[in-house]
Ligand binder design. Structure first.
Ligand code: HXC
Length: 257
């Protein structure tokens, strides 16, 4: 069997997945896609896990889809055997995913970061959609997610020129949640995941679902969904515990459900 392309660890109640193809700057080949999505889904199904961190190396989060693997693929191969569809599995993960991005996040690497729920970037991170230079275009959501989160102007600029953008520009554009010094990146991401994992798990799941509705529905539908999810939170033990604890001026203790 091939070596694995990722490292998977559990740190208390969070899951940590590290992309690990250092010789190819974590280029996203089929094996890496399958392993990453399978691990995300395993953590999603594990009651002991409350949030997941996805990271790469200091040099690269991921430098894109594996160009060597794609070089000889023909349309009908891609169409009949849509290997990018593996990444669609990430949308089914209901626990928050925090991306910790250092170095290059290009092409599919940028798109993968944008599929995550919170993106924490190190000051040296570089984002971009350079596919146009290879004669192609983004394939796992870049054109859509950048346009929706940052607007048409930046989406067209990045997708049509293939230029890189630094972490500060990505943050200003709303594509990145926080920018931190490189030596604090993983710590910040893991702490963030720990904070989330300490909350009422059903409301965390509902909150992620509510925000995601903003990208998928008209405002009136999204508001209706949010209201129903808000009401549903009152069916959880965590709501009782959270509010009782506040009133009693003590720290809440949330159980898994
Ligand atoms: C395969 C890759 C790769 C990639 C880097 N490598 N990116 N292999 N696919 N996407 C390999 C290089 O071939 C090289 O292997 C090693 O990683 C180190 O890369 P270098 O180029 O030597 O490093 P450097 O000079 O520092 O340049 C870094 C870089 C450059 C600027 C990130 O590697 C680069 O431009 N990479 C391609 C970026 C890109 O075009 N991404 C979009 C891909 S298309 P050797 O064996 O020579 O050491 C895409 C489509 C998305 O993502 C569709 C859905 C997923």
């Amino acid at each position: 069997a091939d070596e694995t392309t990722i490292l998977v660890e559990r740190r208390g109640n969070i899951g940590l997945i590290t992309l690990n193809r250092p010789k190819a700057l974590n280029a996203l080949n089929r094996q890496l896609a399958a392993e990453t999505v399978a691990s995300l889904r395993d953590f999603d199904a594990d009651e002991r896990i409350g949030a997941i961190v996805l990271t790469g190396s200091p040099r690269a989060f991921a430098a894109g889809a594996d160009i060597e693997e794609m070089a000889t693929v023909r349309f009908t191969d891609f169409y009949m055997d849509d290997f990018l569809a593996a990444w669609d599995g990430l949308r089914g993960v209901s626990k928050p995913i925090v991306a910790a991005v250092a170095g290059y996040a290009l092409g599919g690497g940028c798109e993968l970061a944008l599929m995550c729920d919170i993106v924490i970037a190190s000051e040296d991170a570089q984002f971009g959609q350079p596919e146009i230079k290879l004669g192609i275009l983004p394939g796992i959501g870049g054109s859509q997610r950048i346009a929706r989160s940052a607007g048409k102007a930046l989406a067209m600029d990045l997708v049509l020129t293939g230029r890189n953008m630094d972490a500060r520009e990505a943050k200003a554009a709303g594509l990145v949640s926080r920018v931190v010094p490189a030596d604090q990146l993983l710590h910040e991401a893991i702490e963030t995941a720990h904070v989330i994992a300490g909350y009422n798990a059903p409301s965390v799941k509902m909150a992620k679902e509510a925000v995601n509705r903003a990208f998928e529905t008209p405002l009136a539908e999204g508001l209706r969904a949010e209201r129903l999810l808000f009401q549903a939170a009152f069916a959880t033990e965590g709501q009782k515990e959270g509010m009782e604890a506040f009133v009693a001026k003590r720290a809440p203790v949330f159980r898994g459900r």
